[in-house]
Design a protein around this ligand. Structure first.
Ligand SMILES: [Zn+2]
Length: 182
């Protein structure tokens, strides 16, 4: 399923896409994908120019007013944060498939719910991001950068629309497959 999903606007396959088509989804864990996440614990104040996350004392959080102040402050370092890097490197921890005829009639509400869960999740963990949301009408496919966000979206749909929810954690992997149907 992952093979068929591409980020909007992406036209050329990445190395990861090529490996994935050869050996399947396990590529996401077999490749040393977290190498580029090393060094994230740099001291000082870091800000991400893409999503406006801020890191002080090695902890990332969101605060737009503070970001606007910091971007003009000498000594503050501009760094692409882990969430933005995961999206760029196409590293996902969750895949969500929502499937229901209800989605057709409630598309705005459904999309708002998905983005609302991302907003809430980002307040606690700025790396929880929607990497891709693809609307197929009665089905919506979502990729997330943390498994936590994928689970939250599934639970939110289950709570709002009832139906059935299936959360499948892969053993020993940081990955979850979430299916909601009604
Ligand atoms: Zn960022």
């Amino acid at each position: 399923m992952l093979q068929g999903l591409h980020l909007p606007g992406r036209t050329r396959p990445t190395a990861r896409d090529v490996y994935r088509s050869e050996i399947g989804e396990r590529v996401d864990w077999l490749l040393p994908q977290h190498k580029w996440e090393k060094g994230k614990d740099r001291p000082g104040i870091l800000i991400c120019p893409r999503c406006h996350a801020i890191s002080t004392q090695k902890r990332w959080f969101l605060d737009e007013d503070r970001y606007q102040q910091l971007r003009a402050t000498p000594g503050v370092q501009f760094v692409i944060c882990t969430g933005c890097r995961r999206i760029e490197h196409q590293v996902y921890e969750g895949i969500v498939q929502l499937r229901s005829p209800l989605l057709l009639a409630n598309k705005r509400q459904a999309m708002a719910l998905i983005h609302h869960e991302e907003d809430k999740a980002r307040r606690t963990n700025p790396f929880s991001r929607l990497a891709s949301v693809v609307d197929h009408g009665a089905t919506i496919d979502i990729l997330t950068t943390t498994y936590w966000l994928a689970e939250r979206i599934g639970k939110a749909f289950h709570k709002s629309f009832k139906g059935s929810l299936d959360l499948q954690r892969l053993p020993n992997e940081r990955f979850v497959r979430v299916r909601w149907e009604r």
